[in-house]
Design a protein around this ligand. Structure first.
Ligand code: NAG
Ligand code: NAG
Length: 615
């Protein structure tokens, strides 16, 4: 040991303690991070010129204590925005009018204007990214209807007409013994589809009835997801008090929100579980075989594709016009352009593989992953349904193997768990340039562990049913199941401890077990729900959950469009937990209000129609 060691140690302790807290006064001395001039008033004038861009700040004179402070503040990128970059939307003709006469190069002008204002704080601003400069002429010219818009309009007319005809036919044509109603037409009957949305069927296979509370869990989980997205949008758009967002990422609710993204894997787990479990039940009535696989896939495609393509189609066309404002083209516009170019990858369920950083309606990555996992679950079950105990052992081995594989790939490719990459700057860009998100988080292989948990869970539940074992007879399990849902939150909090570790090995181990273990906890909670007749089960058995649950597909996609339209305010706005909550509530109400007609007029009838056509 060298005599240096105690000193080095002391230095370490001091520097840890010196991870300083910044006062409100410090932060107030920084230039504003975001600013937007009035957009419509600016461009309404004939000489209107509006530019949006990002500037890099440098000190005009050295030493510059405020700049040094800004720099130190920005270094802590895990919790702070980069304050040496400022985002500005300026109305140049009103803000810096003198320059207009001398030279008319919009981007030069914009830079000089921002520089002029920065000099007040003894800083220089240089343009790093110019998003656009718009003139009055750009503002007033209406774009001609694109062919995509034309097609979407025709599709909507056709759907409307089909529903009209279907309803009239179903209401006024009487069914007689020799003449059955045409299934292709009655598929579009509004009253019958409405009943399908709202009718709560009682009875049926008791094993399937036992699963009812899962619908409630899924609706609640979707609610958490949309809440997380509502807060993401406060990072995406311009806020006047971004320091609130910087605090959120360190607070417990922020950590739960970022690590709670494992919830999406729990969705995958539940869907694989349902697939395998229903097939196992079905196998008692009929022989299964791999030849059924195409049929299974087709049934699923028929259910998902119409709504999926309708919303992607909306994204490619009218989404852009759902709001006018300075930020629309740089946020909604980006995704809308992706919807146009990636339409076919959505059709073929490969939109999470082809160009994943250029996404259209961000949550839509869930659909291809879910489809791929569905194929995996179906294939395994159709092959191994006779040999259940072998299958169970095989799935356990595959589960562990897939976790290890996830960890190994992450180690090599340096992928990080969500809790590490959920930093303000990265969320601001919706992780577009973060490989941990675009290559790992939305990948299909990353969901394999969740899928195997689902398969194992299905086999365990099936076996318990077969042997007539009720887990509620075990006291310890009843206690465990009460602890299940709180444990899910606690598990998310491990992200807080994980953050303090930086070694690549630790990251890989953490990423390998973070999401799978969450799925295991969820499976335990669900097993309790299915078997333990307690207050939690009664709560999740509420009939309303089931109706809401039937709209989940539409809600999952549409809430993103609606939330971004709400968030794309033309001015920088103030954020707080309450404001996020208000946006979330508005999004929820509007989304479910739109989801009712989409489900009744599009999803259900198209599914029935295509099934009548193919099967
Ligand atoms: C902040 O932005 C500046 C300018 O682009 C860059 O040089 C710096 O590395 C960034 N700081 C952090 C911590 O990323
Ligand atoms: C405006 O100036 C920028 C750099 O100052 C230059 O790159 C750009 O080509 C100029 N644009 C026009 C239209 O002259």
């Amino acid at each position: 040991m060298t005599p240096m060691t105690p000193i080095t140690l002391l230095f370490l302790v001091v520097s840890l303690a010196a991870a300083r807290e910044y006062t409100d006064e410090d932060i107030a001395s920084f230039p504003k991070l975001f600013h937007l001039d009035e957009y419509e008033r600016c461009l309404a004038r004939t000489d209107g010129l509006y530019c949006l861009g990002t500037f890099e700040l440098t000190p005009a004179t050295v030493p510059h204590p405020t700049y040094d402070l800004m720099k130190a503040y920005s270094e802590e990128s895990y919790r702070h925005f980069n304050r040496t970059l400022i985002h500005r939307g300026y109305c140049l003709n009103l803000r810096c009018p003198l320059d207009l006469v001398t030279s008319y190069n919009a981007s030069r002008l914009f830079e000089r204007c921002a520089d002029h204002y920065s000099q007040r704080s003894d800083l220089r601003a240089s343009l790093r990214t110019l998003h656009y400069c718009r003139t009055h002429a750009d503002f007033i010219t209406r774009k001609p209807e694109t062919s995509a818009e034309h097609i979407l309009k025709q599709v909507l007319y056709a759907l409307f007409l089909a529903n009209l005809v279907g309803t009239i036919y179903d209401t006024y044509v009487a069914e007689t013994a020799e003449r059955k109603k045409n299934k292709l037409i009655t598929a579009f009957s509004i009253p019958s589809n409405w009943r399908r949305l709202t009718f709560i069927r009682e009875g049926g296979d008791p094993r399937q009835t036992a699963l009812i509370p899962m619908e409630g869990v899924r609706v609640m989980a979707l609610g958490f997801t949309t809440y997380a997205h509502a807060s993401v949008f406060h990072f995406v758009f311009y806020t006047v008090n971004p320091e609130i967002l910087e605090q959120v990422s360190q607070r417990i609710d922020g950590i739960i929100l970022s690590d709670g993204t494992s919830l999406i894997q729990a969705f995958m787990m539940m869907s694989c579980f349902l697939t395998a479990y229903n097939l196992l039940i079905y196998s008692q009535k009929q022989e299964l075989g791999i030849h059924l696989l195409p049929l299974c896939i087709l049934k699923r495609v028929v259910r998902i594709t119409p709504v999926h393509l309708l919303i992607v189609g909306y994204g490619a066309t009218w989404w852009m016009y759902s709001r006018d404002g300075p930020l629309v083209s740089t946020t909604i516009g980006l995704e809308s352009a992706a919807c146009k170019t990636k339409f076919w990858s959505h059709f073929f369920f490969v939109n999470n593989i082809i160009d994943p950083s250029n996404f259209c309606v961000a949550p839509s990555w869930f659909l291809p992953v879910n489809m791929h996992m569905y194929i995996v679950a179906c294939t395994f079950t159709l092959l191994l349904w006779r040999r259940r105990s072998f299958a169970l052992r095989l799935y356990t081995v595959l589960f562990v193997a897939s976790c290890v594989m996830t960890g190994a790939i992450s180690y090599v490719r340096k992928y990080k768990a969500m809790t590490f990459i959920a930093t303000p700057e990265k969320i601001h860009k919706i992780f577009r340039d973060t490989p941990s998100f675009t290559e790992f988080y939305v990948s299909s292989w990353g969901a394999l562990p969740a899928c195997f948990v689902g398969l194992i869970f299905a086999h365990i539940l099936f076996e318990l049913d077969e042997r007539k074992i009720k887990v509620c007879d075990f006291k310890w399990f009843v206690y465990l199941h009460y602890a299940g849902f709180p444990l899910l939150f606690l598990w998310s909090l491990t992200g807080m401890f994980a953050r303090t570790h930086e070694s690549a090995f630790f990251m890989a181990v953490y990423i390998a077990f973070d999401r799978p273990f969450y799925c295991v906890l969820m499976a335990i909670g669900l097993l309790g729900l299915f078997h333990v007749d307690g207050p939690i089960r009664s709560f999740f058995c509420w009939d309303g959950w089931r109706s809401l649950g039937r709209m989940s597909l539409t809600v999952m996609l549409l809430h993103w469009c609606i939330n971004s339209t709400i968030g794309a305010r033309p001015m920088a706005f103030s954020t707080s937990v309450l404001d996020v909550f208000v946006d979330w509530s508005a999004t929820h109400v509007l989304t479910y209000a739109c989801a009712v007609p989409i489900t009744v007029l599009v999803e259900f009838p198209m599914q029935k129609f295509l099934e009548a056509l193919f099967f």
